[in-house]
Design a protein around this ligand. Structure first.
Ligand code: TMP
Length: 206
């Protein structure tokens, strides 16, 4: 079997960390070796890019600059960490991946889809997750959860309409790709966990 790359996606406050916990517990119960990674980030250079792109600047951060930083970080993570792990048979669980750029930069920032597809092709050369769990949540609910956790960063302080566009693009992309499964993330923690476990068992039965 090809070693799987699983990705968790969704807006701020959708509950990605909790779902990653559910997945890693499931992997441990099966004695499967895995690593978890996050985007942007996951290598020293990519983590530096993460803090640069999340912080505030006394200038406008252009959507194109933001886009290319996301892809620069992704190129580092994929080449340095994800592909080597998979080659050794170690499963990879990713907190965000390419779909975030499609949704946030393509949907939220309304950047041109052809340019996004080209950057994606240059960076990933056709590499894609085996399973993506998209945690769907109303942005106002998610943002309220995220702000209750602490201060919001540069992207998290965008207007609601930005997140509405991001969500709409997530839903559009999920509907068009069999490998992206939508989880109803506003339901109770127990129900979210049950949805996630069902999807994992469906894809990788014992
Ligand atoms: P988070 O992983 O803590 O949610 O922070 C990452 C932030 O960066 C989040 O607001 C989503 C945003 N982001 C993009 O806009 N595009 C991307 O490609 C990725 C990976 C993240």
């Amino acid at each position: 079997m090809k070693t799987p790359f699983i990705v968790i996606e969704g807006l701020e406050g959708a509950g990605k960390s909790t779902v990653i916990g559910v997945i890693t517990q499931w992997l441990e119960q099966r004695d499967i070796r895995y690593i978890t990674v996050r985007e942007p980030g996951g290598t020293p250079l990519a983590e530096a890019l993460r803090s640069l792109i999340k912080q505030d600047w006394e200038e406008t951060v252009s959507p194109e600059a933001e886009l290319m930083v996301m892809y620069a970080a992704r190129a580092q993570l994929v080449n340095e960490v994800i592909l080597p792990a998979l080659a050794k048979g170690v499963w990879v669980v990713g907190d965000r991946h390419d779909l975030s750029s499609q949704a946030y930069q393509g949907g939220g920032r309304q950047l041109n889809q052809t340019i996004l597809a080209q950057l994606s092709a240059i960076t990933l050369k056709g590499f894609k997750p085996d399973l993506t769990l998209y945690l769907d949540i109303d942005p106002s609910v998610g943002l309220a959860r995220a702000s209750a956790r602490g201060e919001l960063d540069r992207i998290e302080r965008e207007e609601l309409a930005f997140f509405e566009r991001t969500r709409a693009r997530y839903l559009e992309l999920a509907a068009a790709d069999q490998s992206i499964k939508t989880v109803q993330a506003e339901r109770s923690p127990a129900e979210v966990k049950a949805q996630v476990l069902t999807l994992l068992e469906e894809q990788w039965p014992l």
